[in-house]
Design a protein around this ligand. Structure first.
Ligand code: PAF
Length: 301
């Protein structure tokens, strides 16, 4: 990996603080075994890189509870249902390492493996049953996506063996699925969901935002504005009425195309027909801005 060698040489001449970067799972494993033998706890933040303040907040949270944090940077091919999205996914390893070095160079390590280090020559996802969570929302629109996520997160957990792992609530369905993965496979990891970080205009932080052309970036805050108003409306109106209202906001929009808006039970992620005051609900949205797919969600009660 040329970029890693470049970063390492920059570090060697002290242009960057020294931060351990591993490309090989065995070398990382040995390093972490040594930390564990000294009774250090390990936090883990799995990412696909193109790090932003949302990722930084996960790392900072990890450093509060653990002695050491591993950040994996790996654009996982098996979770992309769209080949173009995989090709265009931003890869900014040098910038990512700089951002992490600024948080702490002493107790963060980066794991930036090759596809081969993770998958060998068999770049395929395993099949998972997440008790139906995988069939809702993203599961309906991104075939095989959660098998890819389950495969990579399980492998990363087996390599890093963290005490705690941190995931943003922007991908709320993914978070629920990873909790289910850990439960079903009895993995000794505490999975922690963290608040969504937003830009000043409300757009949920995402690595994909950097690909938005200016007009689309200017239009994108409508997504969160709509979620906030939907939440207010949900106080007095039915889920059906709120859903209809959201659909109207995007009908005929010149730049944003609504893929889905769903009000779902926060536990089962199933779309609701009738409200009950014993349950908690969340609204989920997916919108295309040009060819870039943006998702967001909000707790409703
Ligand atoms: O949320 C992401 O960035 C990815 O889905 C994850 C969890 C790093 C797995 O590739």
């Amino acid at each position: 990996m040329q970029i890693v060698s470049k970063i390492l040489s920059l570090q060697a001449v002290k242009l960057l603080p020294i931060l351990e970067i591993f490309e090989n799972k065995n070398t990382l494993g040995n390093y972490l075994d040594t930390l564990r033998s000294r009774n250090h706890t390990i936090g883990f933040v799995p990412t696909m890189g193109a790090l932003h303040d949302g990722h930084a907040s996960l790392v900072i949270q990890g450093l509060k509870t653990n002695d050491f944090v591993v950040v994996s940077i790996f654009v996982n091919p098996t979770q992309f249902d769209n080949a173009n999205d995989l090709v265009k996914y931003p890869r900014t390893l040098e910038k990512d390492v700089t951002l992490l070095s600024k948080i702490s160079a002493d107790n963060i390590a980066v794991y930036a493996p090759s596809v081969e280090d993770i998958y060998g020559s068999d770049v395929v996802a395993s099949g998972f049953d997440f008790d139906g969570l995988e069939q809702e929302m993203e599961g309906q629109y991104r075939t095989g996506h959660f098998d890819g996520v389950g495969t990579i997160v399980k492998r990363l957990f087996e390599i890093v063996k963290p005490n705690h792992a941190y995931f943003g609530e922007k991908d709320f369905q993914q978070l629920m699925i990873i909790k289910k993965l850990v439960e079903k496979h009895e993995m000794p990891v505490n999975v922690i969901g963290c608040d969504i970080l937003r830009e000043q205009d409300g757009l949920a932080m995402s690595s994909r935002n950097m690909r938005l052309k200016p007009a689309y970036r200017a239009a994108a805050p409508l997504i969160y504005q709509t979620l906030k108003t939907a939440k207010i409306k949900f106080g007095t109106k039915s889920a059906k009425k709120v859903t209809e209202w959201v659909n109207e906001q995007f009908a005929n929009h010149e730049l944003l195309e609504l893929e889905y808006f769903v009000i779902a039970d926060s536990e089962t992620l199933k779309t609701i027909n009738r409200k009950s005051n014993k349950k908690t609900y969340r609204a989920f949205i997916a919108v295309y801005a040009d060819d870039i797919r943006l998702i967001d969600n909000i707790a409703l009660n």
